[in-house]
Design a protein around this ligand. Structure first.
Ligand code: FES
Length: 106
């Protein structure tokens, strides 16, 4: 299913994310430079931060305690719909999901 990644500039990139794959994995596999993912998905780097469009936020699931702590430590300040993209796992219900990427992850 497709996920739309929106750059800080407003440019939109449609990426195919396989069911069961995380958004971070799909974005790094397809060389989206704004999604860094240094820790490989173990919630310890915060360089996969995205802002989920509000309409989709609930569908992306609950924020766990570890993710919650890490979201307070990201380079770009956390917002209401911030998530770690390594913790958003693709499912059919998320087809068409739109996420915005911060200008910087470092
Ligand atoms: Fe490191 Fe998501 S990849 S926190």
């Amino acid at each position: 299913p497709n996920v739309i990644f929106v750059r800080h500039s407003g440019e939109e990139i449609a990426i195919d994310v396989k069911t069961g794959e995380s958004l971070m994995q799909a974005a790094t596999r397809q060389s989206i430079q704004e999604i860094v993912g240094v820790c490989g998905g173990s919630m310890s780097c915060g360089t996969c931060h995205v802002f989920v469009e509000p309409d989709f936020f609930e569908k992306t699931g609950e924020i766990g305690d570890t993710e919650d702590v890490m979201l307070d430590l990201t380079a770009t300040d956390r917002r209401e719909t911030s998530r770690l993209s390594c913790q958003i796992v693709m499912a059919e219900a998320l087809a068409g999901l739109r996420v915005h990427m911060p200008e910087s992850q470092l």
